[in-house]
Design a protein around this ligand. Structure first.
Ligand SMILES: O=C(O)CCC(=O)C(=O)O
Length: 293
């Protein structure tokens, strides 16, 4: 999928309506294969001989920048995030998750657990609200009944839907099971969702994480050597978007976050996004040049 072939406005409309949108095949299969080849080595490096049912590797941009940036700094994803939250996007967290297979007869609850993600809220009305955070996830296997589809309750970012403790681990009458393909990227916010237990014969792999505002708390090591190198390179290029992504909050952001708010948000954001593009020296995807690991 090329950036040119994506109509962002359709995705934005879908996201506002349903709480999620899917960018089909945003990640090409060559990239998915590169990731999948590297994952056993990562599991070994981080967890050694430990046997777990669920492995999470946090801080993927710092640990494996060359692997993670094509997803985390993907221009389509960042254009989308800036369109729905404004040009204030910082990584909240960025992870690789590996869910080991479970035998069908051992499955207690097929639903992993309904939840809204960090910084969400239970809506008190049905109006669309500018999100405080948005997740972008990609699965590295096709999602089937066995590998465990993502379950969503469409529209619950704009509905006061609540659940009892018991309901949280059960299929829901209104749920949609999303059989995403490897390389699809789903973007969502404020939505009640749950993973499904993996009863296939392989790991259930998912990468991605949360984007939030550049003044929110995050769960990243922005002081690590790889990110510090990226920050230096982004500074040389005056790449404000990358600097914000990696925790930067400078004079430009201070001015914008106290701008007086006299223009409609989306109109104002477009102007700031254009300013950032004009300020950038060189191509926006300079980070594709190998950065190390
Ligand atoms: O396991 C999944 O498919 C969903 C992951 C999830 O719920 C989350 O990242 O918030």
């Amino acid at each position: 999928m090329t950036v040119q072939s994506i109509d962002l406005s359709l995705h934005i409309a879908e996201f506002k309506q349903n709480g999620f949108t899917v960018f089909k095949q945003l990640i090409d299969q060559k990239q998915v294969s590169i990731w999948k080849e590297k994952i056993p080595q990562i599991r070994e490096e981080i967890f050694g001989e430990q046997v777990k049912s669920h492995y999470t590797v946090s801080d993927m941009v710092e640990r494996y920048p060359t692997m993670m940036l094509p997803l985390t700094a993907n221009p389509v994803i960042l254009d989308f995030m800036e369109s729905v939250m404004g040009p204030f996007i910082q990584i909240g967290d960025n992870n690789l998750n590996m869910f080991a297979p479970v035998a069908k007869e051992d499955v207690l609850n097929e639903v992993n657990g309904w939840h809204r993600d960090m910084y969400a809220f239970v809506p008190t009305g049905t109006d669309y609200q500018i999100p405080r955070q948005v997740l972008a996830l990609t699965y590295l296997e096709d999602m089937t009944e066995e590998t465990g589809p993502l379950r969503v309750l469409a529209g619950t970012h704009r509905k006061e839907t609540v659940m009892t403790a018991e309901e949280k681990s059960k299929p829901h009458p209104d749920e949609e099971l999303l059989s995403l393909k490897s390389g699809d990227v789903i973007v969502f916010s404020g939505l009640l969702h749950s993973g499904t237990v993996n009863t296939s014969d392989r790991y259930r792999l998912l990468m991605g994480g949360m984007y939030t505002y550049s003044w929110y708390k995050h769960d990243c090591n922005f002081n690590g050597p790889n990110i510090q190198r990226l920050i230096e390179q982004a500074t040389e290029r005056n790449d404000r978007r990358m600097l914000r992504l990696l925790g930067g909050y400078g004079e430009v952001e201070q001015r914008r976050t106290n701008s007086g708010f006299t223009l409609a948000d989306e109109t104002q954001w477009k102007k700031w996004i254009a300013e950032d593009k004009a300020a950038l020296k060189g191509p926006g995807d300079w980070w594709r040049t190998p950065q190390g690991t």
